[in-house]
Design a protein around this ligand. Sequence first.
Ligand code: ATP
Ligand code: MG
Length: 361
Amino acid sequence: MIECKDLWLTYPGAAQASVCGVSLSLAPGEFVTLLGPSGCGKTSTLRSVAGLEAPSSGSIRIGQSLVFDGGKGVQTPTHSRDISMVFQSYAIWPHMTVQQNVAFPLEVARTAREEIRTRVEDALRMVGLSAYATRSATQLSGGQQQRVAIARALVRRSSVMLLDEPLSNLDAKLREQMRLELRELIKTVGLTALYVTHDQEEALMLSDRIALMSSGRILEEGTPQELYLRPRTRFGATFLGAAEIFDVAGISGSDIDTPDGPLQLTVEAGGVAHVAIRPEAIVATQSGCAPGASGSPVANRWSGRLVSAIFSGRQQQLVVELHSGRRVNVLAPPTSAFRVGAPITLEFPAERLMPLAEGSS
Ligand SMILES: Nc1ncnc2c1ncn2[C@@H]1O[C@H](COP(=O)(O)OP(=O)(O)OP(=O)(O)O)[C@@H](O)[C@H]1O
Ligand SMILES: [Mg+2]
């Protein structure tokens, strides 16, 4: 439904390109998120798809139409692309009612009066604002204003919706609620969505697929589970959540030597530069005499000393000091009892170890 091929975008006067060879395809009805830190080129990529920026080269197809081609000089104007947009700043017009705000894109397109009425009613119903149609837009809460912005995008009945951090102006609680509502709405209508956020949790919860960006490039791409459980790069491992990362000192088959102890992967370890694990994947036990506590170290089962344990309701945050002196963060179930200062064994399940490739940023 959307296909970007080798997009490059350099802003006038800029020393470096902001989008560097981005290629991305979205199937019809797919929800794909561009995730990455501030300044990595998410908005620039989205605005290129919208036709609000002119890339230097590459091509963009939306549905059957070629809307941009650097080589052929094709650049379809925004209003002629089969898209709608929702931004962080809702850009609600304060002097208009809710109804008028939502009707605006159709008025501009000179849609017939009756058609406008039904479409606006439909859109307001979908976002749960039918009762607010005649209210002034300024008399709405932040969440309601964002719903108006979404209704104004829905009213176009385009196949593709582009969303740039649409929830980031809302407070934490409302943001969580709107997240699920938004996904449900987009799925119900059957829209293809390209969504931009720097919030990893939002990306994980909303997306069918995530494209992780860094310095203008897509570094990794996959389903939320693929990216969270099996990142390929150090950047991917740390951006999607907390990770303990161990350097590789030596490799033999699937056995890895690290300065902190031996690890064994489920796969051959050729080309692995680091091995990472999520704190919640590490199993901490403190009962009796732990294997590996004395004698030769055992792979994936290291011992150390419990430095601190903080109970936070849902879990316990442990800090464990290994024999190497390195401290490791572990998330343990809230029900286990731990003695601070006492020896502790950490188990690293092989299937939760995440091998990270050499040369990955
Ligand atoms: N209009 C512009 N003119 C010149 N440079 C720009 C312009 N817009 C963005 N840039 C630069 O391009 C790079 C990418 O910016 P972009 O807005 O795409 O990042 P982003 O990933 O959306 O970041 P954020 O999460 O902060 O919104 C940045 O270095 C930025 O300074
Ligand atoms: Mg941005």
